[in-house]
Ligand binder design. Structure first.
Ligand code: NAI
Ligand code: MG
Length: 341
């Protein structure tokens, strides 16, 4: 049966990298694409970055594929004016996306782009599963006199669902990162992880690592990790640290998953207004986001792996877009990957 993908090309290079991604997905399955205005382009048409119609269409879809939003045209510090990023936050909220997945899979052909030594990153293939809607960023906060506070607060239910996402994505090992030697919320986190593991995933190996130690091991022995699951702020910091293993923002995909609705899949990079319309944007992060859509949205692991392998081969073959120091156009880069697929 055909699956519906809500397509949000957005702004800047968005449409340029979305078109070849549709072509790529059409080679791998029977999908119906429903394209919608989102971000700045939606502000121009409707005065808001995310209309109720688009929200409803995304909720009905089987998956949402988003390129990027924003640009100088809509930059404003006037709080009464709509901003493209409001669409992102609104959509994440409407879809209940509490799990942010960022795979870190350095490509051998680009090892030299990483600030780390080749022998350290070689063979790294890890996934950071970050809790996205709880913890310090959403807890009680305030100011009194010359003091200010934020609180890291988690419920059992919030921990259970993110930890299940991590175990479900694991083949053999999950590393739960916390600060249980100091923080009470981390002690609850650890208790819940242990219980979910024992009751539901006893065949997956589980280890607990303190966040400071995890930060160290990410750059000294990244191969050790398969899945890292952690709370919101630790995940924010560790996922950016881990991204540096690859050395290039033009190649990083992400997935945001929720309870019962569709997942949202998007590259980590923005709308690159400086190169928009020139036909030179790197489509690979968008292709790899499509691979995550196939894997986590539709359980199409074979097809997901095929996309990743085609990207690896094209890069090994010398494919380099401008952001990677080369001269390949979006069309050439797309064709190179499609050929291997
Ligand atoms: P950016 O990621 O758009 O661009 C940073 C630099 O990387 C630029 O030089 C750009 O040309 C290059 N770049 C990014 N993606 C590329 C690609 N696929 N191929 C080739 N080069 C690429 O970040 P920046 O400049 O900070 O933000 C630009 C706009 O994008 C802003 O309006 C920002 O708010 C928005 N943005 C949107 C995001 C989203 O939709 N999730 C995320 C980050 C930024
Ligand atoms: Mg960050």
């Amino acid at each position: 049966m055909t699956k519906t993908i809500a397509l949000l090309p957005g702004d800047g290079i968005g449409p340029e990298i979305t078109a070849p991604t549709v072509e790529l997905l059409n080679k791998l399955g029977d999908f119906t694409f429903e394209e919608h205005l989102f971000g700045g382009i939606s502000i121009d048409a409707h005065g808001t970055a995310l209309t109720d119609e688009v929200t409803a269409a995304c909720q009905r879809a089987d998956a949402v594929l988003l390129a990027a939003v924003g640009g100088p045209k809509w930059d404003t510090t006037d709080p009464t004016k709509p901003r493209p990023e409001q669409g992102l936050l609104g959509l994440r909220k409407a879809l209940g996306l509490y799990a942010n997945l960022r795979p870190v899979r350095p490509v051998p052909a680009l090892y030299d782009a990483s600030p780390l030594k080749r022998e350290i990153i070689d063979g790294t293939n890890l996934l950071v599963v970050r809790e996205l809607t709880g913890g310090l960023y959403f807890g009680d906060r305030g100011r009194r006199g010359d003091t200010a506070w934020d609180t890291m607060i988690y419920s059992v239910a919030e921990i259970e669902r993110i930890v299940r996402t991590a175990f479900e994505a694991a083949r053999s090992r999950v590393t739960s990162v916390d600060k249980a030697n100091v923080l009470e919320s981390s002690r609850l986190w650890r208790e819940v992880v242990k219980r979910v593991h024992a009751e539901e995933f006893p065949n997956i190996e589980l280890e607990h690592v303190l966040v400071d130690n995890a930060a160290m091991q990410l750059v000294s022995n990244p191969r050790h990790f398969e899945i890292i699951v952690t709370e919101n702020m630790f995940g924010d910091i560790l996922s950016d640290e881990a991204a540096m293993l690859t050395g290039s923002i033009g190649l990083l995909p992400s997935a945001s998953l929720g309870g019962d609705g569709p997942g949202l899949f998007e590259p980590v990079h923005g709308s690159a207004p400086d190169i928009a319309g020139k036909g030179i944007a790197n489509p690979l992060a968008m292709f790899l986001s499509a691979a995550l859509l196939l894997r986590h949205g539709f359980a199409m692991e074979t097809e997901a792996a095929a996309v990743e392998s085609a990207v690896d081969r094209a890069l090994a073959d010398g494919l380099r877009t401008a952001d990677l120091g080369g001269a390949a156009t979006t069309a050439e880069a797309s064709q190179a990957v499609l050929n291997y697929l």
